[in-house]
Write a protein that binds this ligand. Structure first.
Ligand code: HEC
Ligand code: HEC
Length: 289
């Protein structure tokens, strides 16, 4: 009786486990594909990267697994198709994906059976898309201003991400500030193919430092639209990439140098004072003894 009960329980557990694995497997392809939508469509045309419809017929499975796991690696290995593809997309990097071979195969199955997603829109996403479209279409000075404030950090992001200007610089309306850790974004709007490109980079940047900044603090769709408008504005205002503001960089270096010297002086000064004090105290002690 006892044994039978045990068998019963373990059979039950086994079935549950099997059922669970079936459902997660079914979800996996679609879930994994979420990190690709910023740059790809399935049948919706070329955006930041190529349209993935029919890609499993264009390329072998082995090639796709290798490419998706690390596009740069296969390109560096000199694979002719990868090299040509990178050339076609102006060497724009696609991020590596830490996926097992099986996961990539599941993802490819999803792409095989997937549509552009038009049939499976969820109402929230549709509403958000609609709002973004109207923000972009209106292109109003107020919205550009919101984008500017978000970019420079005078307005905070809903989810608390750091401002773009902590790393990037952009020039508009005589204002030229921001960080020098990353590229100047004044002309980025046309450089990456318009709003879709800017959005792709914000949502899944193929650069670790930028990606980490927004991984747990995603920029909302509306905020991306405002920043997109601002960067379109800076792009239109400046015919060419602005010259690096060297004066600004020099003053920054001076401030840094000043701080370092001040810190050294402070530490040195303190040390000296304590040692002089100590000497006096020691002397006093000796006298009083
Ligand atoms: C930041 C943008 C970006 C993201 C995110 C991205 N890709 Fe790409 N992808 C590209 C670009 C750009 C290319 C063209 C080659 C190049 O320059 O890297 C490309 C090329 C490809 C190709 C080759 C297509 C062909 O015609 O041969 C495949 C397959 C692919 N990506 C799959 C994926 C999958 C799957 C994901 C999600 C796990 C993904 N990509 C995420 C930008 C991206
Ligand atoms: C922690 C630093 C950091 C932050 C914050 C950051 N980025 Fe980046 N971003 C980078 C780095 C690094 C690159 C890679 C190019 C380079 O080295 O300059 C990059 C590249 C880009 C590119 C592609 C540039 C090109 O010409 O190929 C775009 C577009 C971009 N960032 C937009 C943004 C926007 C918009 C924000 C704010 C929402 C932002 N970034 C915030 C570090 C950052």
């Amino acid at each position: 009786m006892k044994i039978r009960f045990k068998t019963f329980v373990s059979l039950g557990l086994l079935t549950t486990a099997l059922l669970c694995s079936v459902t997660t497997e079914a979800q996996d392809g679609a879930t994994l594909y979420k990190s690709c939508v910023a740059c790809h469509t399935i049948g919706g045309g070329k955006t930041v990267g190529p349209d993935l419809k029919g890609v499993t017929k264009r390329r072998t499975k082995e090639w796709l697994v290798k490419f998706i796991q690390s596009p740069v690696k296969i390109q560096k290995a000199g694979d002719a198709d990868a090299v040509a593809l990178f050339k076609e997309y102006n060497n724009m990097p696609m991020p590596d994906n830490a996926m097992t071979d099986e996961q990539v195969v599941k993802l490819l199955d999803h792409i095989d059976g997937g549509s552009s997603g038009a049939e499976t829109v969820d109402p929230l996403a549709a509403a958000s898309q609609h709002r973004v479209d109207s923000i972009l279409k209106a292109n109003s000075p107020q919205d550009i201003q919101v984008g500017r404030e978000l970019f420079y950090g005078t307005r905070s992001f809903t989810n608390g991400g750091v401002s773009c200007a902590s790393c990037h610089n952009a020039t508009s309306d005589g204002e030229n500030r921001g960080g020098i850790l990353a590229k100047d974004l004044t002309k980025v709007h046309s450089r990456v193919g318009g709003f879709a490109g800017v959005k792709g980079f914000i949502q899944s940047a193929p650069f670790p430092s930028m990606n980490q900044s927004y991984k747990n603090a995603p920029v909302t769709d509306d905020e991306i639209a405002y920043i997109g408008l601002f960067l379109k504005h800076t792009d239109e205002q400046n015919a060419t990439e602005p010259a690096k503001s060297s004066a600004w960089m020099i003053s920054y270096t001076l401030v840094a140098a000043f701080l370092i010297v001040a810190a050294i002086l402070l530490i040195w000064g303190r040390r000296r004072r304590t040692s002089v004090n100590e000497e006096i105290i020691k002397r006093q002690e000796k006298i009083s003894k």
